[in-house]
Structure formats: structure tokens, C-alpha cells
Design a protein around this ligand. Structure first.
Ligand code: 9YW
Length: 475
């Protein structure tokens, strides 16, 4: 078995939690990657895989490396890492949107989608370089023997280059997402205002598969789905091309040689203003950008391990941290907010995404202290009325303790906050959050998300990143 289990290492309750978490990852393993959930999400998801690798490294560093290598194997030649890599043996109707919606290998040709694997055309938060570094650290001997970092480094560098060069839609140095699915917190109230400009696709033009699993009343509404479908279809119909595609010559910067630049697509994309993705929806999100910055620091360490200099990347991470504060910090709210690039203003909604920059080592001390105060105050209740930090403002009008990203607590964001608290010397609060997360992972059977007040399980159980991050917190 690949489970490294030492019964002397942990008290009985924790060691059985560890075994059960490892078992979830075993059950969700397909042979080359791990599904988030057998029923609901039967393919490979990008940021799920990064979090899963972070936990998997404690039971099998080899599988953790393979998880990331499989994902990176589906990278587009423009550098983007797609948010879903489809498993060809899963029936088309098991998940919507399916490969026949995204049509990556045809519609994504000009942007360099791979020919042999089907993927989506949007992205998810860049947790990957951070994950790669943590996976390496778990077993440097194996990592060096397999040339793991040497192989993933150019792909991770191309990924960051894509985000920084193609996705700075606001012009202030930060990355924009062009779809709520890209940020990963699909129906957060932070998207309500920017999404309201998007004309929904008619409900009869698509069939949701998510409603067949779990509790439909917790899932995003049909109206939200219509808007998600419209945004994704428009991006697809523009060849998944981003701004600046035509004038900067993608091929030279992209990774690998799978790209096939198609002149007619280029010209079409260059025509409109603003062209490509983000025409109707472009948002600078604090968590997405903070994860990019954390991954820039990790990429600097990876470069150093490979014998190159890391100082330029560390410096870039510091500049990005300054841009994050400059563009998204709201002193009155005591937290970071999303910037609606098309509307040109900060979105007045408190999502947990605005606490995630606590992760960053370079955050000014007064800002880190204010974020901790906000997390512990009435809007998020950490150490007070909630057991885990909710995905959205307890006092917000849209708050609902069971509806997906509009209130429930998620384990990945709580794991990020636990790290952030430790990063800024809040060891007592971090230990309490860790304990609560472990207990609730245990009692909820590794739920996808939970009621932040009671810890009651919601969504799928046996959820990949919940099990993985449990393993990481146990170590
Ligand atoms: C969906 C897989 C994904 C996560 C997202 C989460 C959800 C897909 O599941 O999106 O159909 O709702 O919002 O963050 O990566 O776990």
C-alpha cells in the first residue's frame, strides 16, 4: 500500500482520521489524477488538483507529483492551465458543461489547446507552483531522481506568464478573471453586480447535470447558470483569445509547440475593443491574485533549487503585493474587495476571498492585523459565533448558510487562512482553526462544504480537497 502509516505517530482518533482521509483520496484516484467527487465532479479540476497534491504528498509523494504532471500535460501552448481536464471514459452527460460544449481542440486551436485531450477553456486560481514546491519538499530525493521540478518549472513559468501578460485587463498589474468559475467560488455574491450585465443563455438551451447530485436547493440558481453559460460560450466563440493576442505574437512566449496560430482568428480577435475574454465580465479578485503571488514566491524557490536565481521573482511578488494593496484594499471594510473592471469600482460585498491575502508574507503589518480583526469580527465570526470561516459575510443581505459559496464554510479557504494566521504570528488562532477543521472534516465525512455555524455537512461527501487538506493539517 502507498499509505505510510505509523501507529505510534498520532493518538488513535487522529490516526484513524488520517487513514480515512487517505482512503478518500485512494477512492477518488483514477490512475493518473484524483477526482474532486466521484458523483458530482468526475473529471480533473485544476485548483482541486493543486490542493489534492498538497495532501497527497503525505501519503504518496509519487502520486502527488503525478497529479500535477497530469494536469500540466493538458496545458495550452499559450500557457493557460484549463480548469477541467476531461476523462474520456466518463459519459458526456455526467457533467455539464461537457467537452462538446467547450470544444477545446477545435475552438481553442488558435490559443493552443492540446489536440489529444479535451479540456475546458477557462482557468482556475494558480495554486500550482505553491503545490509543486510543497510536493517537492515532502520527498526531495524522489523529486530530484524523477527530475520533477525541472520538468514542471517551464510549464509553471509559462502559466504565470499567461496570467500576467494576457489577463491584466484592468491595466494595473493584477490578473482579471473572465468568468466566475475561474475564481472558483462560483456563485459568490461578489459576482452578482458584475454578472447582472450579462444576458443569460435561455434555460432550455442547456441541461444541468449538477442538479442530479446532492441538494439542488444549495446549488446556484438557473438564472446564474444561464449567465455562466453565456459568458463561457461567448469566450469560446471568440476562440478563447485574450487581449493583446494579435499584437504580441503568442508563439514566442507560449510553452511547447502544439499551438497553431490561425490568422483569421487573430484578426477577428483583434477587431473589437475590448476583445476576447472579459468583454462583458472582468473582475480582479483578491484570492486569485494572492494565490498567484504565493505561487510566484514558490516559483522563486523552485528556480533556486534548480540552480537559477530567484530574486527577480521574489521582487515581482513584492510588486504584485503592492498592486494588490493599491487596487483592492478597502480600509473602511478592513479587508480586500473585488474590483469590477468593466464597472470600474470595488464591489461592496465581503467574500472570504478578501481575507485570503493574509497568506502573503509581504503584506504590511497593519493590513495583516486589520484582516485578522475582520476575520474575528461580526462578519466572519472566527473564534466566536462560527466554527469555520464562512464563504461570505454573515451579516450580508445575500447570506445563506447552505447555498454553496453564499455562506457555507469550505475547507480550502479555511486551510489558506490557517496558513495566513501562522504566517503573521497568530499561532493560537491558527491552532484553534486547525482543530475545528479537523473535527468537522471528521464528523462531516469530508464534506464538500459545511454550515459555518453548526458544521453540518452540505454538498458531496468524500470530497477530494477536504480529505487532502485534512492530511496536510494532520502533519
Ligand atoms: C461546479 C470542483 C469544483 C471546484 C469549484 C467549485 C465547484 C464546479 O466544484 O465548481 O459545477 O459547480 O465551485 O471551486 O473547483 O470541486
Amino acid at each position: 500500500s502507498s499509505v505510510a502509516y505509523d501507529p505510534a505517530a498520532a493518538p488513535p482518533a487522529l490516526s484513524s482520521l488520517r487513514l480515512r482521509a487517505a482512503r478518500v483520496l485512494e477512492d477518488n484516484w483514477t490512475g493518473t489524477s484524483t477526482v474532486p467527487s466521484r458523483g458530482l465532479y468526475p473529471h480533473q479540476w485544476s485548483w482541486d488538483s493543486a490542493f489534492i497534491a498538497i495532501g497527497l504528498r503525505h501519503v504518496s509523494p509519487l502520486r502527488a507529483q503525478t497529479e500535477l504532471e497530469t494536469l500540466l500535460g493538458a496545458q495550452w501552448s499559450d500557457g493557460r492551465i484549463p480548469h477541467i481536464v476531461f476523462n474520456p471514459s466518463v459519459p458526456l452527460d455526467a457533467y455539464f458543461p461537457s467537452p462538446d460544449f467547450w470544444r477545446s481542440s477545435t475552438a481553442g486551436r488558435a490559443a493552443g489547446a492540446p489536440r489529444t485531450v479535451q479540456t475546458s477553456g477557462i482557468v482556475q486560481p494558480p495554486v500550482h507552483a505553491l503545490a509543486a514546491w510543497l510536493v517537492h519538499e515532502a520527498d526531495p530525493g524522489l523529486s530530484r531522481a524523477r527530475g520533477f521540478l525541472a520538468r514542471v518549472h517551464p510549464r509553471l513559468a509559462a502559466w504565470h506568464r499567461y496570467l500576467l501578460h494576457r489577463r491584466d485587463l484592468g491595466g494595473g498589474g493584477l490578473v482579471s478573471v473572465v468568468h466566475p468559475w475561474e475564481q472558483g467560488m462560483d456563485n459568490s455574491p461578489c459576482w452578482d453586480r458584475p454578472l447582472s450585465r450579462v444576458a443569460p443563455a435561455p434555460a432550455r438551451s442547456f441541461r444541468r447535470a449538477d442538479l442530479d447530485h446532492g441538494a439542488p436547493e444549495d446549488r446556484p440558481t438557473d438564472l446564474d447558470y444561464g449567465r455562466y453559460v453565456r459568458l463561457a460560450a461567448d469566450y469560446r466563440d471568440r476562440g478563447y483569445l485574450d487581449q493583446g493576442y494579435a499584437d504580441r505574437g503568442y508563439g514566442e512566449q507560449g510553452y511547447g509547440d502544439r499551438g497553431c496560430a490561425d490568422r483569421s482568428y487573430r484578426d477577428a480577435a483583434a477587431g473589437g475593443e475590448p476583445g476576447g475574454g472579459g468583454r462583458d465580465f472582468a473582475v480582479e479578485d483578491p484570492a486569485f491574485n494572492a494565490l498567484l503571488i504565493a505561487s510566484e514566491h514558490a516559483l522563486a524557490r523552485i528556480a533556486q533549487e534548480l540552480g537559477a536565481a530567484g530574486s527577480a521573482r521574489h521582487a515581482r511578488a513584492r510588486r504584485l503585493t503592492a498592486a494588490l494593496v493599491e487596487r483592492l484594499w478597502d480600509p473602511a471594510a478592513g479587508m480586500f474587495l473585488c474590483r469590477d473592471v468593466r464597472g470600474g469600482e470595488l464591489v461592496p460585498e465581503r467574500g472570504v476571498s478578501g481575507l485570503v491575502p493574509l497568506l502573503l508574507p509581504g503584506l504590511p503589518g497593519d493590513i495583516a492585523a486589520a484582516v485578522v480583526r475582520t476575520a474575528c469580527g461580526p462578519h466572519f465570526g472566527l473564534g466566536g459565533v462560527t466554527r469555520l470561516v464562512p464563504s461570505y459575510d454573515l451579516l450580508g443581505e445575500a447570506f445563506d448558510p447552505h447555498r454553496y459559496w453564499r455562506g457555507p464554510a469550505w475547507f480550502n479557504t479555511n486551510w489558506l487562512l490557517e496558513r495566513g494566521l501562522r504566517q503573521h504570528g497568530e499561532h493560537g488562532r491558527a491552532a484553534a482553526l486547525r482543530k475545528a477543521a479537523l473535527r468537522i472534516a471528521d464528523t462531516s465525512d469530508f464534506a464538500e462544504y459545511v454550515d459555518p455555524y453548526t458544521g453540518e455537512a452540505c454538498g458531496a461527501t468524500g470530497f477530494g480537497w477536504t480529505a487532502a487538506l485534512t492530511l496536510d493539517l494532520l502533519n
